[in-house]
Write a protein that binds this ligand. Structure first.
Ligand code: AGP
Length: 607
């Protein structure tokens, strides 16, 4: 997820662009850049790191002009370097764009363009700008429309061309773009945040729409160059709310991001025809993959619970013995690791010291070591010999939600890739892919229940203890739910395999020690149901996560959250969401600092 800002009007553009980028820093902060139209020539400045680095650079520059585009990057293709920073010029140096999104077919497009165009960066965006140039014959809007007909993937882009110095053209498919209107001045941005200081009158571009702004006029078209009528809306958010897209906290925004970023995680990595997945970053030959006899997943906290779910996927789909190790334990237990072992380091930040130390230990012992990481160019991403980025976008709340979901998604895809190489049929792979493609819609149906879940939280907000129960693949989900509750509401929460309660922990239960249990319809449903009956017999309050239509659930619980069914292997992608929402509302009701809970940090870079 990146941040785009553009301006065309009668004020100096640079201060507007820099201030706008600062409002979008939450969307990405690997690198930033600006390009301005100065007397029919485009001048550009870029810098790695935070926006203040770019701002420093502009102070020594002679950048001027009242038309410009700007970008803050969250790297998806290509490392964190100045060369990869936006804006990107076409080879002629007359056309420049900023882009947010993923061009899936950029490699094949680059092959077609490389005869006539030179590529200096590793980005898909530089391919896109030269594709537009290849269609340019004096009309920038038409060139953008023609080029986008050849693109697969997502984009929010703004372009300007020195042969049409009083014009901006923007287009949207899958990545948001908002146009702010203030008489004959126009602001374009990834969201409303950068323009609220100037105007609250906006239009929201829809997918497949192109907008041309020139000489104080704005017109909107579709990709067939047919005119589209747009209605001007009024933004009610204040600045701070806008940064959170209107959500009260980043955590809630990131919970709601999950359907979209899940699609980003699997986009371009599945092949329905062959019933398989292909994650290019694995950097292993088929023979090396077939030779793997053991997988170890190392991580901390929430990432370790995602890893526990990955264990089920690798063992069920690929038949490879898989173990999960908390990183801080792995390095001190003298792990038995060799060149037939594949170690995955799973980390949102890519900077967790314990996980990084475990990576170094595993490499020292000769294992294949790969990363499943969110932050591009992070230390773990750089020190592993390959792996995949989870494309969750910046996750700013300390409590991890969308990164966890995408970690599970990526490990499921890896398990499918190994499984299809070793033992599962195309039909089995296709069934899994079909179920994966249904996940975003099912996530959305759960997110619609937020108000009902909030009502349940209101009933339990005075609880001082909570027990989370799950069996099989839902035990790691119970662990994740208990961690979410304890880390943001500070309520004591434990998690156990439901079958373990009768071996001691059930002694804890009482009417003041409620249970949150996962009882979705899988192979362990009846067993779990018996465990819940044992709990109920101790006069304990029970909240159940159950599948739609399960009439038994009402008899077993004080409160039931019904969710859509899915394949057992994919249940954590859905079952975890109500637990995230419940923990969020408990923390809000208790007036805790949801995004910045006490004693915690987003990235634990100390051992
Ligand atoms: C989860 O909500 C916590 N923020 C914490 O457990 C986190 O998952 C853990 O510190 C690992 O962080 P990483 O994924 O950045 O390595």
């Amino acid at each position: 997820m990146c941040g785009i800002v553009a301006y065309i009007g009668n004020k100096p553009a640079l201060p507007i662009l820099i201030k706008g980028l600062r409002r979008l820093e939450y969307r990405g902060y690997d690198s930033a850049g600006v390009a301005l139209m100065c007397d029919r020539k485009i001048e550009r400045l870029r810098s790695v790191g935070k926006i203040e680095n770019l701002e420093e650079k502009t102070k020594d520059s002679c950048l001027s002009g009242n038309i410009g585009i700007a970008h803050t990057r969250w790297a998806t293709h290509g490392g964190v370097t100045e060369e990869n920073a936006h804006p990107h010029f076409s080879t002629s140096g007359k056309l420049v764009i900023v882009h947010n999104g993923i061009i899936e077919n950029y490699r094949e497009l680059r092959e077609k363009l490389k005869e006539k165009f030179e590529f200096k960066s590793e980005t898909d965006t530089e391919v896109l700008v030269n594709l537009i140039e290849s269609h340019y014959d004096g009309d920038l809007r038409l060139a953008v429309e023609k080029a986008l007909l050849h693109v697969r993937g997502t984009y929010g882009l703004v372009a300007m061309h020195s042969d049409e110095p009083d014009k901006l053209v923007a287009a949207r498919l899958g990545s948001p773009l908002v146009v702010g209107i203030d008489e004959d001045e126009f602001y374009i941005a990834s969201d409303a945040t950068p323009m609220l200081a100037y105007t609250k009158k906006v239009i929201f571009l829809e997918d497949g729409e192109v907008v041309e702004i020139s000489n104080g006029k704005m017109e909107t078209f579709n990709l067939k160059d047919e005119s589209v009528t747009k209605c001007v809306e009024e933004i009610e958010w204040d600045d701070e709310q806008a940064e959170k897209q209107g959500y009260d906290h980043f955590m809630l925004k990131e919970i709601y991001d999950q359907p979209t970023v899940f699609e980003d995680a699997i986009r371009g990595r599945i092949n329905m025809g062959d019933g398989t997945a292909h994650l290019g970053g694995l950097n292993m030959t088929d023979d090396e993959m077939r030779g793997i006899e053991r997988i170890i997943l190392i991580a901390c906290g929430t990432a370790s619970y995602a890893a526990m779910i990955g264990k089920y996927a690798f063992e069920r789909l690929a038949g490879i013995p898989t173990e999960v190790d908390v990183a801080s334990e792995f390095r001190y237990r003298d792990p038995i690791v060799n060149d037939k072992t594949l170690v995955f380091a799973i980390s949102q930040s890519g900077e967790t010291a314990d996980t990084l130390a475990a990576v170094r230990e595993a490499k020292r012992k000769g294992a294949f070591v790969r990363g499943v990481v969110n932050v591009v160019g992070s230390t773990i991403a750089r020190e592993t010999d390959g792996g995949s980025y989870i494309h969750a976008g910046p996750e700013l709340a300390v409590a991890s939600t969308k990164a966890y979901t995408n970690m599970v998604a990526i490990m499921t895809l890896y398990a499918l890739q190994f499984g299809r190489l070793k033992r599962i049929t195309p039909a089995t792979g296709q069934r899994l892919i079909k179920a994966l493609l249904e996940i975003p819609e099912k996530m959305n149906s759960i997110l619609k229940q937020t108000d009902e879940i909030k009502k349940i939280a209101e009933k339990y907000k005075d609880s001082r203890d909570f027990m989370y129960l799950g069996r099989g693949i839902n035990f790691p989900v119970a662990l994740e739910g208990s961690l979410k509750l304890k880390e943001i509401s500070y309520i004591h929460a434990e998690a156990y395999p439901a079958g373990e309660m009768k071996h001691g922990p059930i002694a804890l239960l009482s009417p003041e020690f409620p249970v949150f249990a996962l009882m979705t319809k899988n192979q362990l449903y009846e067993k779990t149901r018996s465990n819940i009956e044992e709990v109920r017999a101790r006069d304990t309050k029970v909240i159940l996560i159950a599948n739609e239509g399960d009439e038994n659930a009402k008899e077993l619980a004080d409160d039931v959250i019904y969710i859509p069914p899915t394949m057992e292997l994919l249940e954590p992608l859905l079952n975890t969401i109500p637990l995230q929402i419940f923990a969020y509302h408990m923390a809000v009701l208790l007036e805790k600092d949801v995004d910045r809970p006490r004693n915690l940090a987003k990235s634990v870079t100390v051992e």
